[in-house]
Design a binder for this molecule. Structure first.
Ligand code: LIP
Length: 264
């Protein structure tokens, strides 16, 4: 599996070069939904990634955000977000990433999250640790939720879905050092793996947003589950990643809401 990673990293860098050049020069923004956007650079990035993966790994299936499922019969599937943080990218906010995750069945076994503006390439292979630009990374050592910095996001159906994360956002704001909304799930996970933030949670999230990032956190010594605490997180549409030390405290706030204890 470790021979897959350099190829995935090179593909992410090629797509990242296109996205980096397009930043600040978006000319085509299409509404995919009431909030959800796609630009010409999402499309171009995905075309480069999908064609390169099909050339390098013809027997692997691909699930890509913009072009959907490219079926194959084997056990391996790539899960691709050509720009995670499209809203940021379209508005000129410099926080977005390319995310490539490789699944064996339902289990993430390799992942790359690349922030092309800041030249930060996060990588991981199952059982072999996580790196940033080739150097090993590790989650934070924070044990107290009241002193933790978390991240979260809001799904595109926030205006109609009663489970829109606004109550949870308030509950965590009262119980932590703060909650950041970066606008990129892949970077929320990568920054947790690096220890920049201590944890992240989200509802209504897609596999292509979190497949690579969920593995990064596990391989950096943290924990990745659904918001119910299930290890098999990808099929649930929810995620909690943390440094592991805070995980049960985060799950408790999600479970108990306003009844969860406030920091002393
Ligand atoms: C985004 C995620 C973000 C989430 C947004 C959206 P996209 O992905 O990275 O965390 O809150 O709703 O799903 O659409 O920019 O690839």
């Amino acid at each position: 599996m470790s021979d897959v990673l350099p190829i995935a990293e090179a593909i992410a860098r090629r797509a990242g070069a296109i996205v980096r050049e397009g930043f600040g020069h978006v000319r085509q923004v299409r509404q995919k939904g009431v909030i959800d956007l796609v630009t010409e650079f999402d499309q171009r990035s995905e075309e480069v990634i999908v064609s390169a993966l099909q050339k390098e790994f013809p027997e692997h299936a691909i699930l890509a955000e913009e072009s959907g499922h490219h079926a194959r019969t084997g056990e391996y599937q790539w899960v691709v977000d050509p720009i995670d943080g499209t809203t940021n990218f379209a508005h000129g906010i410099p926080l977005f990433a390319i995310s490539l995750g490789l699944l064996r069945g339902k289990v993430p076994v390799a992942g790359v999250v690349y922030d092309p503006l800041h030249e930060e390439l996060f990588s991981a292979v199952l059982g072999r640790g996580a790196t940033l630009n080739g150097r090993p990374i590790h989650v934070s050592s924070q044990t107290h939720l009241g002193q933790a910095l978390l991240a979260t996001g809001f799904a595109y159906d926030i205006r109609t879905n009663p489970r829109n994360n606004l109550a949870q956002f308030a509950q965590f704001q009262l119980r932590t050092q703060g909650v950041r909304r970066l606008g990129s799930a892949a970077l929320d996970c990568a920054w947790t793996a690096l220890g920049r933030v201590d944890g992240y949670w989200e509802f209504g999230i897609k596999p292509w947003d979190i497949a690579a990032g969920g593995l990064l956190v596990r391989e950096a010594g943290g924990r990745t589950t659904s918001t119910e605490g299930d290890e098999e997180f990808l099929s649930t549409g929810t995620i909690v990643v943390s440094n592991g030390l805070l995980h049960e405290q985060i799950l408790r706030v999600l479970r108990e809401g306003d009844a969860a204890p406030l920091p002393q």
